[in-house]
Design a protein around this ligand. Sequence first.
Ligand code: AHM
Ligand code: MG
Length: 400
Amino acid sequence: MKVFSTALAAVLLVGSVSAFTTSTGKTAFRTSTFLNAERKTKAPVFDEVCETTGVTLKRFMGEVATLNPEITELTVLFGAIETACKAITNMVKRSQLPSSETLGYEGNVNIQGEDQKKLDVITNEVLKRALRFTGKLGVLASEEEDVPVGLTGEKELLIDEGEKYVAVFDPLDGSSNVDAGIPTGTIIGIYEYDEACKTDAEPADGVDAACLANTLQAGTNLVAAAYCLYSSSTFFVLTLGCGTYGFTLDENIGEFVLSHPNIQIPETGAIISFNEANTNNWDQPMIDVVTNWKRGTGASGNTFSSRYVGSMVGDVHRTLLYGGVFGYPGDKKNPSGKLRLLYEGAPMSFIMEQAGGLSTTGTQRVMEVEPDLVHERVPIVMGSKKDVQEVIDAYAAWKK
Ligand code: AHM
Ligand code: MG
């Protein structure tokens, strides 16, 4: 099997100053230096997918580290995420057994007013621990944590002197589906940690201002994103900014094996994936475009069919492979939709764009939305390039 590289490394540093609103309602400013979108990571190219053991995720990451010494430490984080995904796979599988300690609700409500399932809490702990003990993490933010958690001051950890990262994650997306045996997933985004990233925000609710500023980064600053889909198989799909790669867990050997190299989403599709019970409350451009797709009178002429799992990771995975459009648009009741920008919208948009797709709020690229709050929501329409472009064009032509 030949391995060779593409693309050149060009890492550009840019400074930025941006305003945001703190949890106490104040306007604050953050100053930071982050890698911009010009980063070019070299992609290992494996020219065949082996039939049996193939290219494991570890082997892939080893190759990435050789080709891109500047992100070697990032591959350590991926080792931790891989282990966590394997552990969560087993938890999800066993969760419905009467003897399982992960069955049912925890009895707590998270910061967003949602009942936490035991699995939400346990999977959050699994990921946190896996990531913390890499020594490469400066701060983390999770759907199941009220505020970002800083790790650089932790005494019991060996915090490396080298590069540090910020991890944002949803440990078990779609967990309300798990009792019905419906697929769930883990979503993760990785940013660089900037010691100099300061805000003039007063630390509120026990959160350090630098931690907050490090987590409130736009998706364009992501250095990596990944999801694990717990379904008929466990899939691990990632991007490091040089394409989207899919691995499948081979339980016989306990390894993720490269099964979907360089995923490219079809330019047009014929599947819509929305909670259509909300249709009447959508913006008019959304209603018009989706009506056309159903009638076969959209730009592609395809007559769309509908598939909606209700677990973002499952719906996005199918959209990546088969094409079409997944979304949770804003509506009259919830103008920002339902999905969270930081640990759902931005990482999944990065993966989608790296596979040749688009992701929009209707009026803005999701990757360019600057978060003001850790648990902020964002309207999302993502998928096949030409289909999503139709939505963007309809919004641009819309006269409210
Ligand atoms: P969760 O993070 O609380 O699990 O909610 C996110 C999930 C997504 O996976 C999915 O796309 C969406 O909520 C479904 O929402 P709805 O039930 O309103 O269709
Ligand atoms: Mg979620």
